[in-house]
Design a protein around this ligand. Structure first.
Ligand code: ATP
Length: 363
């Protein structure tokens, strides 16, 4: 059977295990020899026990678990050619020429570079007598399929990234809990949620929790945001509301690009309205806990599609990323999506927020 390996890289997210499970089982079903690579690219560079053959039962009882059971890491070694040479050696000597990468845009970029260099890496290994001529010939093509695991929903080309829905559930549970205490004491709560470059979590949280106000990076707050915020709170209290929830995304800014932090918002509310105001920073709670049904199914579907893409690949097939488009699993050119995602980040850095939103498209 064909050698196929799966690994998770970059930040973890709920639903990654469902994706890993799906890749392993679909791969075995289609007759592949499937491997886990532990600790992301670091495991690929280091080899040894980090690359382990998987069987049907090694992915039993993981679908409900958060994080990733095969570990994830950031890896400086893989940024250097020397590290990628070692990774190529570890794959070729195990007969692995199909890779499923689950990560963010950095991880996908690394995989694309690896594939571009594959031929020259193999030549170098042959020259150094680390692999045989037969191995050089037999494993001359590397195929790549990617999936995006991220709670931020910050990747262009997919309606939802794996983990976003679970993170939303986590945030909403926390806010619902806070609402009951806020109601009793007539408090204003400021919640900081994740999303440095993407306000998706903040906007969806605000919509589903009846929040008073919402600060994100794509729509910088106007110069008089402090007045507008206080007027809105006053108005709501006048009409009988006993509490206020304000959502602040990590990357929230004003029109000059200055950060709007939870502390700053609190200062505005306390100084102008003298309200009992508290801050809650949810932090890694958002990444934790078990994946939602949506993320489990999303991981399963993306994983199966990634393996199918690899099995159908020809030497000419470009690396793809498997994404969700209107409830369909689709394959898109990996680098095009990465380029668009990076263009959004650039537009944001240039303070061209309209362009950023336009480039991001539906996701
Ligand atoms: P997240 O969105 O959670 O940050 P990510 O995949 O974008 O996920 P990165 O830290 O950017 O996270 O990348 C993960 C790993 O991918 C890096 O530690 C590195 O090993 C590899 N990688 C990233 N960019 C490159 C690159 N240009 N060349 C080679 N490898 C890379």
């Amino acid at each position: 059977g064909k050698g196929l390996a799966v690994f998770t890289s970059g930040g973890d997210s709920q639903g990654m295990n469902a994706a890993v499970r799906s890749v392993v089982r679909m791969g075995i079903y289609l007759g592949c020899k499937v491997y886990f690579i532990r600790e992301g690219y670091q495991g690929m560079v280091d080899g040894g026990d980090n690359i382990e053959e998987a069987n049907w039962s090694s992915v039993s009882s993981i679908i409900h678990k958060g994080g990733t059971i095969i570990g994830s890491a950031r890896c400086m070694d893989f940024i250097k050619r020397e590290g990628r040479l070692s990774a190529a050696y570890n794959l070729v000597t195990r007969g692995i020429t199909n890779l499923v990468v689950i990560g963010g845009d950095g991880s996908l970029t690394g995989a694309n570079l690896f594939r571009q260099e594959w031929s020259s890496l193999l030549d170098e290994l042959l020259q150094n007598n680390r692999i045989t001529k037969d191995q050089r010939e037999k494993y001359k093509f590397l195929h790549i399929a990617g999936m995006v695991g991220s709670i931020d929903n910050d990747f262009c080309g997919t309606d939802m990234t794996i983990g976003t829905d679970s993170a939303l559930h986590r945030i909403i549970e926390a806010i619902d809990a806070i609402v009951s205490t806020a109601y009793s004491h007539q408090r204003t709560f400021i919640m900081e949620v994740m999303g440095r470059h993407c306000g998706f979590l903040a906007v969806f949280t605000a919509l589903s929790t009846d929040a008073t106000y919402n600060f994100i990076c794509e729509e910088p707050a106007p110069p008089n945001w402090d007045k507008k915020l206080c007027e809105k709170i006053k108005e709501e209290r006048k009409s009988g509301q006993r509490l206020n929830i304000i959502i602040v995304a990590e990357g929230a800014i004003d029109r000059e690009g200055k950060p709007i932090t939870a502390e700053l918002v609190k200062k505005v509310v306390v100084e102008n309205l003298q309200q009992d105001t508290r801050i809650t920073v949810l932090g890694h709670v958002q990444r934790g806990g078990s994946p939602s049904a949506f993320d489990r199914i999303l991981g399963c579907r993306m994983g199966a599609e990634a393996v199918m893409a690899l099995m159908e690949a020809t030497p000419e097939t470009e690396p793809c990323v498997v994404t969700l488009d209107g409830n369909q699993a689709v394959r898109l050119p990996l680098m095009e999506c990465v380029r668009r995602t990076k263009a959004v980040a650039q537009a944001m850095a240039d303070k061209n927020w309209d362009l950023a939103v336009q480039l991001r498209g539906r996701s």
